[in-house]
Design a protein around this ligand. Structure first.
Ligand code: FAD
Length: 386
């Protein structure tokens, strides 16, 4: 294990044990800091039901680089499914691939719960890291630096640290305390669309569609996508305005809607399964959060969705959060772990990049559901001409 002089007595509290918090715990512990991770949920490695935002995620280059830095890339990539291209499904059921890049380039479909579990287990292998599950941050006194965590049994733990790293997601409790700071900028935007996850089961023991693609059914004002899973299922995500979700109230209306817009998907879901799956959970909201700065003095820094929740259409929310971790790690190297330089530098470097990702994600919201249709149309026209 790598240890650097002078860091062993520095206590870091990572608030949030999701994807970014768990990875950050690895980075800090690898350096020899005393790391305490506090997660409000139970330990997902022991949970029977894992609640999460999406079942699978697209992992790309920037996320892989961060995993590589803590020796986790191979483990995660070996359980991912390469997706070399988008596969566009037209309303008539015609499928047309649009590659992501050059030959051999791909993004990976990875299981969110497995990734989170692996990162927590990796963090736990460092003797200087301690995991505290069922510890929800409920109060944080900036002046004294004391943080109060509520446990599931109703008891509380009050503690202090040298640096608080807020990785507690889009509705960050840590970020709430930034709101009272002078010159802290903050904006949040809910888009009118919600999302719902549906499952395509395996067919005759195999994937029901080509597995090495991110399948997209673009329908202008709404769309459906599907990413493959290792168990040969696909997780489909239907993105649609909330008001349209609300119009569909019966199983027959679900079938009618899919018949009209996604007819080729019905045999893949199975009629009865689709009717039930659709009403399993209500559509979920999507929020985009921008803020600046990401730090307060030398006391606290925000990373991941706590700093920049983005809409999921660019597939970069987690990847950008992972990149936060590696950028901060590089700054610690560069400035010999001097927080008085690393924290403002982190804000200076990351705010423009993360805000750009947020804008690109918002743009891709239209690109994926609408422009991709017209590109395909232009491409067909081009083919017809040659
Ligand atoms: P989270 O995953 O939200 O984790 C925050 C953690 O903090 C949680 O475990 C929570 O329990 C804990 N917590 C919250 N409050 C407290 C508290 N008060 N005290 C202690 N703990 C607390 N990104 C990609 O890169 N690729 C994709 O393909 C992709 N697809 C997506 C699809 C959908 C439908 C959605 C919604 C998002 C998608 N994302 C994707 C974005 C990605 O999910 C997020 O960017 C990522 O989960 C952010 O990780 P995080 O650790 O910052 O936050």
């Amino acid at each position: 294990m790598e240890r650097k002089v002078g860091v062993n007595n520095v206590k870091i509290a990572v608030v949030g044990g999701g994807l970014v918090g768990a990875l950050n715990a690895c980075f800090f512990a690898k350096r020899g800091f005393q790391v305490e991770l506090y997660e409000s949920r139970e330990d997902i490695r022991r949970a029977t039901v894992v609640k999460g935002r999406s079942i699978n995620l697209a992992l790309s280059h920037r996320g892989r680089e961060a995993l590589k830095a803590v020796g986790m890339e191979d483990k995660i990539v070996s359980k991912g499914i390469p997706m070399h291209a988008r596969m566009i499904h037209s309303p008539s059921g015609k499928r047309s691939p649009i590659p992501y890049g050059k030959k051999g380039q791909y993004i990976l479909s990875v299981d969110r719960a497995n990734l989170n579990k692996e990162l927590l287990s990796a963090a736990e292998t460092y003797p200087s890291a301690k995991m505290n599950f069922e510890h929800k941050l409920v109060d944080w006194n900036l002046e004294s630096g004391s943080m109060t965590f509520l446990r599931n049994d109703g008891s509380t733990k009050v503690t202090t640290c040298d640096l608080t790293v807020g990785c507690d997601g889009a509705f960050s409790a840590v970020r709430k305390h930034f709101m009272r700071q002078s010159r802290f900028n903050y904006s949040q935007t809910y888009i009118p669309h919600g999302y719902m996850e549906l499952t395509i089961p395996p067919k005759h023991g195999d994937f029901a569609m080509e597995p090495n693609f991110l399948h997209i059914w673009p329908r202008n004002t709404f769309m459906m996508i599907a990413l493959p899973n290792l168990d040969m299922t696909f997780t489909c995500t239907l993105f649609m305005p909330f008001e349209d979700f609300e119009k569909i109230t019966t199983g027959d209306e679900v079938l009618e809607f899919f018949q009209r817009y996604f007819p080729d998907s019905i045999p893949l879901f199975g009629e009865e399964a689709l009717k039930q799956d659709y009403f399993r959970l209500p559509a979920q909201a999507m929020v985009s959060v921008k803020c600046s700065p990401y730090h307060i003095g030398t006391a606290c820094v925000l990373m991941g969705d706590a700093a920049h929740a983005v809409v999921p259409f660019y597939g970069q929310g987690m990847n950008a959060g992972f990149e936060d971790c590696i950028v901060f790690d590089e700054l610690l190297d560069q400035y010999n772990c001097d927080f008085s330089i690393c924290l403002p530098e982190f804000t200076r470097l990351r705010v423009p990049d993360d805000h750009a990702i947020a804008d690109l994600a918002m743009y891709n919201y239209i690109e994926m559901r609408a422009h991709v249709n017209s590109k395909w149309f232009l491409f067909r026209k081009h083919l017809d001409m040659i």
